[in-house]
Write a protein that binds this ligand. Structure first.
Ligand code: DPP
Ligand code: ZN
Length: 873
């Protein structure tokens, strides 16, 4: 397969000033008439991308071309023309109902009831018409939709409405004009039977905007929370970044058939229903937060992505990392900031660190790809957001805002690069940020080692920091990066000490940031009265793995006293890691186990700690992160050790105390969405799981009662999971009840599939296979595939990695079947094989056999082939 390289970038030879698209829409067949006003930029023929299109007509400047006057090969239409401008017209036919890959124009739902929609990022527009389908070609769009009025009463496209009316034969039309030049990946249309909810909004700069959220009739009453989130996002972007919305209408549409989470098409966002619909009866608290976050994310793209877009797909993180960071800040403002930080870092460690430690590792700005769809990764998104966060921290709040203002102003209407971004932020502040560029180009998670030495006679504390990034494919030697380390020093009573570096005259208050720029640097703090405990990387100030040899008592001190909520949690995570090591090494009474359990048992009774934070503190690193603490991966053993630790924790707190607290939380329960109610539900769930480890029958009784009278999905699903994990027989009846209660509710059924896909052990594969026979299961729906197959392969280590390799072979078969329908989904599920090399020998061989066999096939999609080729290495 062809490899595309950043180093080969060349500006477009022809740009598009204006494009006029006229669609005649039908489910089996649609036609697209495209009129492109092209402008020459270089002495080359016009080359337009197009895939899977039936070319009906081609005209250049009014003259119809016949075969031989153009070249059509390998997805490119090539036409040689004289002159510097030309008008090129194509008419093509498409087959939406046959499009199971959900890229380009396709049908969501059934033939009788479903609706038509598009997905163009990254390269879907070439499945709609012939076009220079690259993000650095920005054009103004006029779009006319025509369709049968009864079958397609609603016609939507991006931009402002510009007329609509009836046509003969029961058809109608609608036109849209987008005044803002945009790349083709931001084009969208929707046509079908949809209901809407609407709201008026006036921007800070006085524009009146009609907000509409569209969904099918059976779910339209679940869109209110998304509308509320949208309004708050719009207000927040005005206040935090001075960014106003820029069209007269803003549409958001929900679909159950979507490859991604959501899509920021200009003026017409399209959402996977999973991230738009929410109601207490079918959505968990986590899902409410996801809806809020994704609505915000897509809305924020209107500036970070749409008004300023990416020059090429290598720059994807320019919009995604930045927009994730903007969303994280928004969510932190809307909810608890430390909890949001904990959630985001936990995700980074669970998803991005393993990605960056294996064969799929790539820089935040990759230097090459063969299939761009495979680079919508945790590295580009989540690590990319961490890079923006570091830079924002470097500039400070006001400096970052000044920098962002200049970036938006300087590059409005342009396709920009990471260099442009760093330059604008630096110029606005009179600083040079180019050192951060290395973070964008270098793969792998840096290791930061810290060694503190207290010199009692001189009252000095010397902190030696070292960095090292492990070699990765194509990058044997890594350079030193700027690593900001936010830190505090605590005395033995848990008080933060004033900080004065050698050579400075005045001391800072209890926290400051030092920046490591070399491979190794020492920082000497003066006037330190007693041996301190260092709280390092506060707020997770850089995306690194911290290696610091803390004594268990030191971590316990931070866990008790650190005022930084994130670091307090992280001290607990590190201490739990040490406790894990002791368990692994046969020392269940070791110092770390005791320190961890007794510190948490103490905090359990500390009324000043928020319930949700306590729930997080009571959760050690998961089975997937703990892999890092094993030379070879044996999921059964990891799970057994982790459960042993949790049992010790439950015993240290005491079963009576756990039950009493659970009862009190249940007493105080409400179905409200306020933070306190959500926190109570989260802690309740955690306690139920801890109780189950020491008193299984007691937990089953509590969970049974909780399931029966649960006022919300959060409580219901938590109880269901505890029941199914703790006692298979006790889980049967509630699982059957849940299945029936939510029949026809796709998002609730996804949770039912996912909950069972996670049940551990050797029985898991047979259970998943039986679930494939459920009438609600289909390989055609991405959410359903992710719920059952994706959850099993990624979140059920003991089930997926069974020693006989049966689950690997089964998933291999399914990947081939999914790939024939939807390559993007197949490729995503296939990443579950990423860590096969770290498995213990039997499993490793079994996984390798499957991966190697698949990688040798010649009949798979480019998406899946690319993942397999890299994973197999
Ligand atoms: N729709 C995806 C996102 O918003 C890709 N742009 O992240
Ligand atoms: Zn995005």
């Amino acid at each position: 397969t062809a490899v595309i390289r950043l180093a080969d970038y060349r500006p477009p030879a022809w740009t598009v000033e204006h494009v006029d698209l006229a669609f005649d829409l039908g489910i089996d067949r649609s036609e697209v008439l495209a009129t492109l006003d092209l402008v020459r930029q270089a002495d080359e023929p016009i080359r337009l991308n197009g895939e899977g299109l039936e070319l009906l007509e081609l005209h250049v400047d009014g003259r119809r071309l016949v075969e031989g006057e153009y070249i059509l090969a390998n997805g490119v239409l090539e036409v040689g023309v004289e002159g510097d401008r030309c008008t090129l017209v194509t008419r093509v036919a498409l087959r939406p109902a046959e499009n199971t890959a959900f890229e380009g124009l396709y049908l969501s739902g059934s033939r009788d009831k479903g609706f038509l929609l598009t997905q163009c990022e990254a390269e879907g527009f070439r499945h709609i018409t012939y076009y220079p389908d690259r993000p650095d070609v920005l054009a103004k769009y006029t779009v006319t939709l025509r369709a049968d009025k009864a079958r397609f009463p609603v016609l939507l496209a991006g931009g402002n409405p510009d007329g609509a009316g009836d046509l003969p034969d029961g058809r109608h039309w609608a036109r849209f004009v987008d005044p803002h030049p945009k790349p083709s990946y931001l084009f969208a249309l929707v046509a079908g039977r949809l209901e809407r909810i609407s709201q008026d909004y006036t921007t800070a700069d006085g524009r009146k905007v009609d907000l509409h959220i569209w969904a099918e009739a059976d779910v339209i009453d679940r869109c209110d929370y998304a509308m509320d989130s949208l309004v708050r996002s719009m207000r927040w972007d005005e206040q935090a970044y001075g960014r106003n919305y820029d069209l007269d209408v803003f549409h958001v549409v929900a679909t159950h058939d979507f490859n991604m989470g959501a899509m920021e098409n200009k003026g017409l966002n399209i959402f996977n229903a999973k991230y738009l619909l929410a109601d207490p009866d079918s959505s968990t608290d986590d899902e409410y937060r996801h809806v809020e976050a994704v609505v915000a994310h897509e809305y924020f793209h209107n500036w970070s992505g749409n008004r300023v877009t990416c020059r090429d797909w290598f720059q994807l993180s320019l919009k995604e990392g930045l927009t994730v960071f903007r969303e994280q800040s928004f969510s932190a403002d809307m909810n608890s900031a430390p909890l949001k930080r904990i959630e985001d870092v936990a995700l980074l460690r669970r998803a991005q660190f393993p990605e960056d430690a294996g064969p799929l590792s790539h820089p935040v700005r990759p230097s090459q790809y063969s299939e761009i769809n495979n680079f919508y990764t945790a590295t580009v998104y989540e690590k990319g957001a961490e890079l923006v966060r570091m830079i924002a921290g470097h500039l400070g709040h006001d400096g970052f805002r000044k920098g962002m203002d200049l970036y938006f102003e300087r590059h409005d209407g342009e396709a920009a690069t990471i260099e442009d971004y760093l330059k604008a932020l630096g110029d606005a502040n009179g600083v040079d940020l180019s050192a951060y560029l290395a973070w964008y180009g270098q793969a792998g998670t840096p290791r930061l080692s810290a060694e503190g030495r207290y010199e009692a006679d001189k009252h000095r504390y010397r902190l030696l920091l070292r960095q090292r990034t492990p070699a990765s494919a194509g990058q044997p030697n890594k350079q030193a990066l700027p690593v900001p380390v936010r830190l505090s020093l605590f005395d033995a009573n848990g008080r933060a000490m004033p900080l004065r570096l050698e050579g400075e005259s005045a001391a800072d208050a209890g926290e400051r940031t030092v920046v490591l720029t070399q491979a190794e640097q020492a920082f000497v703090f003066e006037d330190i009265a007693s041996a301190p405990v260092a709280s390092l990387l506060r707020g997770f100030s850089a995306p690194v793995v911290l290696e610091c040899e803390y004594a268990p008592a030191e971590l316990a001190l931070l866990l008790r006293h650190d005022a930084d909520g994130f670091n307090r949690w992280d001290a607990g995570q590190q201490l739990a890691g040490l406790a894990y090591d002791e368990y692994r090494d046969g020392k269940p009474e070791g110092a770390a186990v005791v320190a961890w359990a007794s510190a948490l048992a103490g905090l359990f009774h500390d009324a000043s700690i928020d319930d949700a934070l306590l729930a997080e503190l009571l959760t050690p690193p998961g089975e997937i992160e703990l892999v890092e603490r094993q030379a070879e991966r044996d999921p059964e053993r990891i799970r057994a050790i982790r459960r042993g630790m949790l049992r010790a924790l439950a015993k240290a707190i005491g079963i009576d105390a756990l039950k009493a607290r659970y009862a009190a939380l249940r007493e105080a329960a409400s179905d409200g969405l306020d933070a306190a109610s959500q926190s109570r539900r989260q802690l309740k769930r955690r306690l139920l799981d801890l109780i189950a480890l020491v008193d299984a029958s007691g937990a089953v009784a509590l969970a049974g009662a909780q399931y029966s009278d649960a006022p919300s999905m959060t409580d219901r699903l938590a109880a269901l999971t505890t029941l199914a994990v703790t006692d298979a027989a006790a889980g049967e009846q509630p699982l059957a009840h849940f299945r029936q209660r939510y029949d026809g509710n796709a998002l609730a059924l996804d949770k039912w599939f996912a909950a069972q896909a996670q049940l551990p052990g050797d029985a898991a594969l047979a259970r998943v296979q039986a679930l494939e026979d459920d009438p609600a299961f289909t390989l055609k729906n991405p959410n359903r595939v992710q719920a059952l197959l994706g959850t099993f392969a990624r979140a059920n280590p003991t089930g997926f990695h069974r020693a006989d390799g049966a689950a690997y072979r089964w998933l291999g078969d399914r990947l081939v079947a999914i790939d024939a329908l939807n390559p993007q989904v197949a490729a995503r599920v296939a990443t579950a094989f990423n860590g096969w090399k770290r498995l213990e020998a039997t499993r490793r061989e079994a996984a390798h056999a499957v991966v190697a066999e698949l990688a040798a096939r010649k009949d798979l999609s480019r998406d899946l082939t690319d993942i397999l080729a890299r994973v197999a290495l």
